[in-house]
Design a protein around this ligand. Structure first.
Ligand SMILES: CC(C)(COP(=O)(O)OP(=O)(O)OC[C@H]1O[C@@H](n2cnc3c(N)ncnc32)[C@H](O)[C@@H]1OP(=O)(O)O)[C@@H](O)C(=O)NCCC(=O)NCCS
Length: 165
């Protein structure tokens, strides 16, 4: 089940805009550290175009961010979710859940077979993600952390490659 916001106010997820870029980068750096650039997920993103970027703001400050990228899995068009990061002081109040749900809504508007990510099943399982063993990333990834949320009935297989618009 998704975490519930602590405050009564609903969490507002908004499109990322150009002026958010520095704050989003700071958030991602704080959450993942400099080692993130060496990760296989980053190789996929480098070769991709972003499809949507979403943020949550509190008092004008970005406290949460997620992005979706265009990829192909084998021959099938799909999206790659990440990174998702929430400011340490804003965690466990539903910001992450609101961002994942909004990203999945964004994916629904795209002609894709589903959404792939590298993450923890104990967190992302609540949003319908399950492990997907039939795909190959362009570098090492713990297969238990390669997760898939289908938009339809197609279960993709093959190489994961970034796609540019
Ligand atoms: C993962 C992350 C985005 C969740 O953000 P959040 O706003 O705290 O998420 P929510 O409020 O929706 O959910 C919080 C719940 O998820 C749990 N949770 C958080 N990360 C988890 C993980 N990796 N595995 C299992 N459960 C996790 C929390 O313990 C909390 O549980 P509770 O409701 O029982 O207290 C945030 O912790 C974060 O930025 N982490 C660092 C970056 C990261 O790991 N990103 C995901 C990998 S791509």
């Amino acid at each position: 089940m998704s975490a519930q916001p602590l405050s009564a106010a609903p969490i507002s997820v908004q499109p990322e805009i150009d002026v958010d870029a520095d704050q989003v980068m700071a958030l991602i750096d704080a959450a993942f550290g400099p080692g993130r650039l060496a990760k296989t997920a980053e190789r996929v993103r480098e070769a991709s175009s972003p499809v949507c970027g979403l943020v949550v703001r509190e008092g004008g400050r970005v406290v949460g961010s997620v992005r979706l990228w265009r990829i192909a899995v084998g021959d099938a068009p799909a999206l790659f979710l990440g990174p998702i990061a929430v400011d340490a002081d804003a965690r466990r109040s539903g910001v992450g859940a609101a961002l994942v749900e909004a990203a999945l809504s964004c994916a629904l508007g795209q002609a894709v077979v589903g959404v792939l990510l590298v993450g923890d099943l104990p967190y992302f399982g609540r949003f319908g993600f399950t492990a997907l063993e039939s795909v190959r990333m362009p570098g090492p990834v713990d297969p238990r952390r390669l997760l898939w949320r289908a938009s339809g009935v197609t279960l993709p297989a093959g190489d994961v490659v970034g796609v540019r618009d």
